[in-house]
Ligand binder design. Structure first.
Ligand SMILES: Nc1ncnc2c1ncn2[C@@H]1O[C@H](COP(=O)(O)OP(=O)(O)OP(=O)(O)O)[C@@H](O)[C@H]1O
Ligand SMILES: [Mg+2]
Length: 454
């Protein structure tokens, strides 16, 4: 084992290095994020290059058109663009028990139909993996499994098996013997990840690395890990709700707007091809505080039900509990409602939620949030099947939204008769069965909500 030469402190949030410990990171301002690490003298690794470092004209660089490996799981491939790019490394994060190992095993089995795959688990025994594999129906001779936490051993297994795809579940449980700290520490996570990535890039193999997330929902480990990988995926969902969303937060090869939808069933994660109505609860639509908004996610439109509960606070200051809606946008909308509508919310508890654990920061949701708060505060439900659409500006103006007609088509498909829409979206004759209620400002929208009910 190489001798540590110096102690450094690394911020687990931003990756900044310091010679002394401090309670707050001087770079990103986060508290209690500095973690002690040992710097190991490793001359041989400093200048590692993947292709020898020689500069060549870009037109003479060899490339292969078939370097994308489709997994055959359409919802997964949709999020990635077309599939897994050979030589790329994907970081998959998610809460405990959300289904990371399940989806990895399913992907491994599908890819193993045409390629050699190595699935390394440091969290489960081979017996457990076999039991799960039997349940999921993912047995294959091209799928190699290994239960190992020693990174050096894993690198040797990769050399031996020569897989096209390596899955490591998870990066927080493996440790490299050259690093004198326990698994899960900043030093170990960073070193193990960079060793694995280096090996995969040289071999031209792809990798999926599972990562734990912290209680704040961020990927555990140094920020530098996020820069090392090519793609970052998050698995989201609500406990007690069967649907799982796969989102991409970074993708070096494709856009990050598409989301994948799965349902957790006995036989594993099943794709949901037509998910637009999953995030509305037909039984609660007529209750005060409930609004339906067609939200655009990549190439698809989802109808989501935003719910608000506005009640007198039992404490001096009203509390805010915001789930699914972007916290900054929600606070902006609460302030706008106070100022423009004169609804006193400082003495009220405001609880916002999107049904089914859906999360979005789409501005088109704004007017739905405002009307849901007003509807709850005034005990005024929206009668009939009417959707809401529009971005709210700081002065209460309603701004137009993109993909307007596609959103209306989705409302029509799910049997909605009308929609409160931004006036500025109506530039010509809009055909369709959904009756439009155009509004220019928040006050205008509230008046229309009252008149719809009278
Ligand atoms: N027999 C079963 N039938 C149906 N669903 C099951 C069954 N066994 C497990 N599950 C589901 O699989 C989930 C666990 O999935 P998985 O182990 O893939 O999660 P994970 O994200 O890898 O968790 P961890 O972070 O603990 O490794 C459980 O929460 C449960 O919903
Ligand atoms: Mg797991």
């Amino acid at each position: 084992m190489a001798k540590p030469t110096a102690i450094q402190y690394v911020c687990t949030s931003c990756g900044a290095h310091f010679l002394r410990w401090a309670g707050q990171c001087a770079d990103c301002g986060e508290w209690n994020t500095l973690s002690e690490t040992s710097v190991v003298a490793r001359r041989d690794r400093g200048a590692a290059t993947l292709i020898g470092g020689r500069a060549v004209p870009i037109s003479s660089v060899e490339f292969h058109a078939d370097t994308i490996i489709p997994t055959g799981i359409k919802e997964f491939d949709r999020v990635l663009g077309k599939g897994i790019v050979a030589g790329s490394v994907i970081l998959l994060g998610g809460e405990p028990g959300i289904g990371k190992s399940t989806i990895c095993l399913q992907i491994a089995a599908r890819v193993a139909l045409a390629h050699r795959v190595l699935y390394v688990t440091g969290e489960e025994s081979l017996n457990q993996v076999r039991l799960r594999s039997d349940r999921l129906g993912t047995l294959s001779d091209q799928l190699y499994v290994s239960s190992e936490t020693d990174m050096l051993g894993i690198l040797n297994t990769i050399d031996e098996i020569k897989p096209d795809l390596v899955i490591l579940d998870s990066i927080q449980v493996v440790a490299h013997p050259e690093i004198p700290s326990v698994s899960g520490t900043v030093n170990q996570v960073r070193f193990c990840a960079s060793e694995l990535i280096k090996k995969l890039k040289i071999m031209g193999a792809a990798g999926i690395v599972v990562g734990h997330i912290t209680k704040d929902g961020a990927l555990a480990g140094p920020k530098v890990l996020e820069h090392l990988v090519d793609v970052i995926l998050y698995f989201e969902g609500e406990s007690g709700f069967h649907y799982r969303l796969l989102r991409s937060f970074k993708n070096r090869y494709s856009g990050t707007r598409e989301i994948g939808v799965f349902e957790m069933q006995e036989e594993g994660l099943v794709e949901v091809a037509n998910p637009s109505g999953l995030f509305i609860d037909e039984t609660t639509l007529k209750n005060p505080g409930s609004m339906v908004v067609p939200v655009a996610e990549g190439s698809r439109i989802f109808l989501v039900e935003v719910q608000a509960l506005v009640v007198d606070t039992g404490y001096g200051m009203g509390r805010r509990t915001i789930l699914g809606v972007d916290t900054n946008r929600a606070n902006l909308l609460i302030a706008a409602v106070e100022k423009i509508v004169g609804l006193k919310l400082s003495s009220k508890d405001v609880i916002l939620n999107i049904v089914g654990g859906y999360k979005t920061s789409e501005p088109a949701l704004d007017l739905g949030v405002v009307l849901a708060m007003f509807s709850s505060a005034q005990d005024l439900p929206i009668s009939g099947r009417i959707g809401v659409l529009g971005e709210v500006g700081l002065t209460g103006e309603i701004r137009p939204v993109p993909q307007f007609e596609r959103r209306l088509m989705e409302l029509e498909k799910l049997g909605f008769d009308g929609c409160i829409v931004p006036q500025r979206n109506i530039t010509g004759v809009v055909s369709g069965k959904v009756a439009l209620v155009p509004v220019e400002s928040v006050q205008d929208a509230l008046r229309r909500l009252v008149s719809i009910n009278s």
